[in-house]
Design a protein around this ligand. Structure first.
Ligand code: ARG
Length: 598
């Protein structure tokens, strides 16, 4: 379905053309002076220069055309030319109501999806095997999940890839620690030829302790560090026993990660890791050498990526270090090769902390320069800011450590639970379940409502409040609509309710609040367009907040169930059903859902 502003612009453009001006001057926008009008067109000001005529004259001609019987019948309640040449517009209530009906009947609620669907890979989450998930990974998961859903909703083929950190020294450290703890295990016996045990030699709890201990030890114990490097090297060169042990680490760790992501309502289409890209490295490096892109410098193999227009230094990208080791960038480049081979994407979007910006600048430049991707392929890095505590410093636990994700979720759930129990109408168990749903909304909305690149303050009190610009407030509004609809069913019966919900005509607004609600609903498609093109979930947050406010205004000023005129009553039901659908779609795109009660 076409977007409202495009339909309005086409109509006003036609009027410009009918008056002898180019139709492109007819662009209509939402008014930035809602006290004066709903929509405006500033085209007459620009046309004045091109046609050497007073802008207000042009505006007057166009307005006359718009108000005439032929051109825009039924679309405008008011069209006025005002000095110095603005055209102020107000929609006809009947037109707006009819638009609501079209939106309600549309599967995409009026959004205009991609004409040419793109294949997109979203690289987010990025957890590292055997290291517990922490807040640093939270934002990547939350923002990435929302962007994935937005792109998919807009009609694209989207592949979410977790891009597991399952390679490199961290794996060697764990294996070395296991080896020294349990040297009798067959994984370390070079003569062992049988099948390795199916059972992992550790639980997730043990595994999570092994890594930090081994990492700390390697910093003090040089000998141990050297042995861990050797083990890493052996593993990376195909040692069979270590490979089997590595698989155990992956399995145990991934099971735990999946559980964590499930709680966050985050899920991935593929669980590839850095390890999966490794086979692509040697041929890629070889080709870059042969084609003269990569050359040796101080023993390392590098590709220059500096550009003349750079305002800050972009150092060369190192593919292979002098000791033969490959790096993070090498793996990311090989991952691009792998993705092109498997998915042939039109776009790859990465979500990490903004401190990785330089890394991605280098990787993207090497990809373009050496032709890993076609020119049309869009590579985007969304670098997000830090989540800070109230002291303005990166968020820590009370004891000062980085807080693990599951504790964080637990804390916010407790805060919501307390609020729910303040009015004590809910059983313990339902309250707990509801707290989990609402807590997730509080957490995600608190994060997503900020522009991603900005740092923000994690404030449990504020995020979990049922009032103001918060996740729980949006949910509360949806719950309110659900409860009106349930009451309607109880009073008028299932059949009548089903009819009102899906078929009743939406009547022209009879009050200012109702009109505002309809106008806000009509802006959903525009919002999605912007959120999609800018990859900006915060635009959806802003919008659902406005919509929730518009609904609550309407609700406070309107007797819905007690309305005596049946047609009008049913029209309300259909309108609030549409509001519910748009709000629910919005929060689904943000990655959370609403409970039935709260
Ligand atoms: N594992 C990395 C980290 O913890 C994030 C990976 C992001 N994705 C990528 N393709 N580099 O920092």
């Amino acid at each position: 379905m076409k977007k409202l502003l495009d339909v309005l612009s086409a109509q006003v453009g036609q009027a410009f053309e009918d008056c002898g001006y180019d139709r492109s001057y007819g662009k209509v926008t939402v008014s930035n002076r809602p006290d004066l009008c709903e929509f405006q067109c500033n085209g007459a000001l620009a046309a004045a220069k091109a046609y050497r005529k007073a802008p207000v004259k042009i505006a007057a001609e166009v307005v006359e055309r718009l108000s005439g019987e032929t051109a825009a019948e039924g679309m405008w309640q008011e069209a006025a030319a005002v000095a110095p040449g603005f055209i102020n517009l107000k929609l006809e209530a009947g037109f707006l109501a009819e638009w609501m009906g079209r939106m309600a009947a549309d599967e995409k609620l009026g959004c205009e999806t991609e004409e040419k669907p793109q294949t997109m890979v979203i690289d987010y989450g990025g957890p590292n095997v055997a290291k517990p998930l922490h807040i640093g990974h939270l934002r990547s998961a939350i923002i990435g999940e929302s962007i994935k859903r937005i792109c998919r909703f807009m009609g694209n083929r989207v592949i979410g890839d977790v891009h597991l950190g399952d390679w490199g020294l961290q794996m060697g450290l764990i294996m070395q620690a296991v080896k020294e703890e349990q040297p009798q295990l067959p994984y370390f016996d070079p003569d062992f030829t049988g099948d390795y045990p199916e059972e992992a030699p550790f639980t997730i709890g043990e595994l999570e302790q092994i890594y930090p201990a081994a990492s700390a030890r390697s910093k003090e114990d040089e000998e141990f560090s050297r042995r861990a490097h050797d083990t890493t090297f052996q593993f990376q060169n195909g040692d069979r026993g270590l490979k089997a042990l590595w698989q155990h680490i992956i399995r145990v760790s991934v099971a735990d990660l999946k559980e964590n992501y499930r709680r966050l309502n985050v899920d991935f289409d593929v669980w590839y890791g850095e390890s999966d890209a490794q086979p692509f490295i040697p041929p890629m490096v070889e080709r870059m050498k042969q084609e003269g892109y990569a050359y040796e410098s101080q023993g390392a193999l590098i590709v220059d990526v500096a550009e003349e227009t750079d305002t800050k230094e972009v150092p060369p990208c190192i593919l292979v270090k002098s000791d033969g080791a490959t790096l993070y960038a090498t793996t990311d480049l090989a991952t691009i090769v792998q993705r092109v081979e498997e998915f042939n994407p039109d776009a790859i979007i990465y979500l990490t902390d903004k401190r990785q910006e330089m890394h991605f600048t280098q990787v993207f430049r090497v990809s373009r320069k050496t032709g890993l991707v076609d020119d049309h392929v869009k590579l985007t890095h969304i670098g997000f800011g830090t989540m800070n505590g109230k002291d303005g410093k990166p968020f820590k636990t009370r004891s000062g450590g980085v807080m693990r994700l599951e504790y964080l979720i637990g804390e916010i759930e407790d805060a919501v639970y307390d609020r729910i129990m303040e009015n004590r109408t809910m059983e313990e168990e339902e309250a707990r379940q509801t707290a989990a749903v609402v807590g997730l909304a509080a957490l995600k909305y608190g994060d997503l409502s900020n522009q991603a690149s900005k740092d923000y303050v994690f404030d449990i009190e504020r995020f979990s409040s049922f009032e103001g610009n918060t996740g729980p407030y949006i949910l509360y509004t949806i719950v309110r609509i659900k409860s009106i609809l349930a009451k309607y069913r109880a009073v008028f019966g299932d059949e009548a309710a089903a009819r009102a919900v899906s078929d009743a005509p939406i009547l022209p607004a009879g009050s200012e609040a109702q009109r505002q609600l309809q106008l806000t609903l009509a802006q959903f498609a525009e919002t999605m367009d912007v959120a999609y093109h800018e990859l900006a979930p915060h635009k959806i947050c802003q919008y659902v907040y406005e919509l929730a406010n518009a609904f609550n205004q309407f609700y406070h000023g309107t007797k819905i169930l007690a309305e005596e005129d049946q047609q009008r009553r049913e029209s309300y039901i259909r309108l609030i059903t549409l509001t519910r659908q748009v709000l629910e779609t919005g929060i689904d795109l943000l990655g959370f859902s609403a409970p039935d009660r709260m």
